[in-house]
Design a protein around this ligand. Structure first.
Ligand SMILES: [Zn+2]
Length: 498
C-alpha cells in the first residue's frame, strides 16, 4: 500500500472586530511545500503536531499554503481568497487521503464572519463526504454550526495560556488516521452558550480547571473519544458569539451527550465567576518603586495585540515617564512613522519623535527626545518557549529609542511579545530590566516566567475586559451585557455517510 498522504494548510489569525486596521498579506508568515514541513517539524505548533503524528504513522504531509499571523484587525478578503484558492486547487488535484487543517478559528474578513467555515465547506464540496476533514483550532475560536456540519472532527487547545499547540494538531491528525483505519466513527454532541469569559479564564484555575478535569476523565475512561471547550475570542462582533462545549463519541453519542450536558450546565452556572479582576497599574508601579525581587512583566490588558488590539497604547509609557526616567524598562509601541524617523536619524543619533496613541485612544501620543540605540528590519529569532518553542518569527522594521533608562521598542508592525525573543531580536535583554511591558494577557506568562513576575494590569483600551464600552451590535444578546434565561441544550451531529 502506498504511503498515506495528508493535505494540511490554511490560514491562522485571530481578529478583533473593533480594530480598524485591516491585516494585509505582508503581516503573514507564509510557508508552503517542503519548506512548510521542514520549518514546522519538531515545533510545538499545530502543524508540528500534525507532522509528528503523520510521520509516526508512515504518512506524508502536503502543505499547499499556510499563512500565519499575529492577532489584529480583520484580514483583507484578498488574502483569505488567495489561501482558499491554493487549498481548493490542491484538493482538486487529489493524491491525498485526508485533510487536517491547522487553523485558529477566530478570524474575520470585512465581508466574512466565518472564513474557516467557508474553507471547510468549499473543501468538502470538492472532496465529497468520504474524505475525512479534521480541524485543530485555538480555544478562542468562533465555532459555527456551519463549520461543524462540514468537518468530521474538531479539536481545541485544552490550555489557556496555550501550551498544547502540537498536542492539538496530533488529536486532529490521529482522528483523521483513525477514520481512514475505520476505527473511529465520530459522532458529535455540542452545546452553545451565549456568554463570554472575561479575565478569569485560565485553564489552570477554577472554574475552567475542574471542567477540563471532568472532560479529560471522560476521555481517559473511554466514555468519549475527545472533548473540547471553546471560550471564544471576546472581541468578535459576530452572530452567535459565545462558548461551545463539544465531545465526540465513537459510533454512538449517549456518553458524549451526557458529558456535554454536564459541562455546559456547569459553565453556564459559573458565568459570573469567569469575569476576573486585575491589579491597577498604579499598584504595580508602586511595588516596582518600593523594590521587587524580580522584574515585573506587565501584560497591558487594554492593548493586547494577542487579542487583536493595535499595539500602540501609551498608557503604561505615560505612567513610567511620570516616575522619572531612571527605572530600567522596556516598552513596545507599534508606530511605523516613528520607526522611520528613528531609522532616518540613525543609530547613535539623538532625535525627537512623537509616538503611539494613533489607533489606541486610551492615552495621547508621547513626544520624546532620546538616543536611537538600535534599528533594523527583518531580525529573526526562535521562540525560547515553552509555548511555541522552536517556532521561528521575524521582527519587521524596528528602532529602539532610549530615554534615560527607559527603552521604547518601536516596530512598524504589531507584536504580542509572547516570548523574550522579540526583545532580544532588537538587541534588548529583558532580564536586565525592572519593568517589561508586553501586549498579551495570558500567553506571555509561560515564556516570561523565567524572567520575572508576570502580571496582567487593568489598563483601559480596545482589549480591556470592559465589553460594555465596546460597540457590540450583531453579537448580542450575550452574558454579561444582556440578562439571559437559558437551560443549555445539547445537539447531536452524525457524519454524513461516506
Ligand atoms: Zn487563544
Amino acid at each position: 500500500m502506498a504511503a498515506r498522504r495528508i493535505l494540511a494548510g490554511g490560514i491562522a489569525q485571530e481578529s478583533h472586530s473593533f480594530n480598524p486596521i485591516l491585516m494585509g498579506r505582508g503581516s503573514f508568515t507564509i510557508t508552503a511545500g517542503d519548506g512548510a514541513v521542514e520549518s514546522a517539524r519538531g515545533t510545538n505548533s499545530t502543524l508540528g503536531g500534525i507532522i509528528a503524528t503523520a510521520e509516526e504513522a508512515g504518512a506524508e504531509v502536503i502543505v499547499p499554503a499556510l499563512f500565519r499571523a499575529q492577532s489584529g484587525g480583520p484580514v483583507e478578503d484578498a488574502v483569505f481568497e488567495e489561501v482558499l484558492v491554493a487549498m481548493l486547487d490542491a484538493a482538486r488535484r487529489g493524491g491525498f487521503d485526508a485533510i487536517v487543517l491547522p487553523l485558529h478559528g477566530g478570524m474575520l474578513t470585512p465581508t466574512r464572519h466565518d472564513p474557516e467555515g467557508e474553507l471547510v465547506r468549499e473543501l468538502r464540496l470538492v472532496v465529497g463526504p468520504s474524505v475525512p476533514i479534521t480541524v485543530a483550532f485555538d480555544l478562542h475560536a468562533h465555532v459555527t454550526p456551519e463549520l461543524l456540519q462540514d468537518c468530521d472532527f474538531l479539536a481545541a487547545y485544552l490550555t489557556n495560556p496555550h501550551a498544547d499547540q502540537a498536542a492539538t494538531g496530533m488529536r486532529a491528525a490521529r482522528a483523521a488516521l483513525a477514520m481512514l483505519d475505520r476505527t473511529l466513527e465520530p459522532v458529535l454532541a455540542w452545546s452553545h452558550l451565549p456568554m463570554l469569559t472575561l479575565g478569569n479564564d485560565r485553564t489552570d484555575h477554577e472554574p475552567l480547571l475542574g471542567l477540563h478535569a471532568t472532560a479529560r476523565a471522560a476521555v481517559l475512561a473511554g466514555r468519549v473519544h475527545d472533548a473540547s471547550i471553546f471560550n471564544v475570542q471576546q472581541f468578535l462582533n459576530v452572530p452567535g458569539l459565545g462558548q461551545v462545549v463539544m465531545a465526540y463519541g465513537n459510533g454512538r453519542s449517549e456518553e458524549a451527550e451526557h458529558l456535554v450536558a454536564e459541562l455546559a450546565a456547569k459553565l453556564w452556572a459559573a458565568r459570573a465567576s469567569l469575569i476576573g479582576t486585575y491589579p491597577s497599574l498604579d499598584e504595580c508601579l508602586a511595588r516596582v518603586v518600593a523594590g521587587t525581587p524580580r522584574p515585573l512583566v506587565l501584560g497591558d490588558q487594554g492593548d493586547r495585540v494577542a487579542a487583536g488590539a493595535p499595539g500602540d497604547s501609551t498608557v503604561i509609557l505615560h505612567a513610567l515617564l511620570a516616575l522619572g526616567r531612571d527605572l530600567p524598562a522596556l516598552v513596545p509601541v507599534r508606530d511605523a512613522a516613528a520607526v522611520a524617523a528613528c531609522r532616518a536619524a540613525g543609530i547613535g543619533a539623538t532625535t525627537t519623535v512623537t509616538l503611539g496613541g494613533r489607533t489606541s485612544t486610551a492615552a495621547p501620543p508621547v513626544t520624546l527626545t532620546g538616543e536611537v540605540i538600535a534599528a533594523g528590519a527583518g531580525a529573526s529569532f526562535t521562540y525560547v518557549g515553552p509555548a511555541e518553542r522552536g517556532q521561528r518569527a521575524q521582527i519587521g522594521p524596528f528602532a529602539v529609542l532610549r530615554v534615560g533608562a527607559v527603552k521604547v521598542a518601536l516596530t512598524a508592525d504589531p507584536y504580542s511579545y509572547l516570548d523574550p525573543g522579540y526583545f532580544r531580536a532588537m538587541g534588548l535583554e529583558p532580564a536586565d530590566q525592572r519593568v517589561i511591558v508586553v501586549r498579551s494577557g495570558y500567553h506571555f506568562t509561560l515564556n516570561f516566567a523565567s524572567i520575572g513576575e508576570c502580571i496582567t494590569v487593568d489598563t483601559p483600551g480596545m482589549s480591556a475586559y470592559r465589553v460594555a464600552d465596546l460597540p457590540f451590535t450583531v453579537a448580542r444578546p450575550f452574558h454579561p451585557l444582556d440578562a439571559i434565561e437559558l437551560a443549555p441544550s445539547v445537539r447531536v451531529k452524525r457524519r454524513a455517510a461516506g
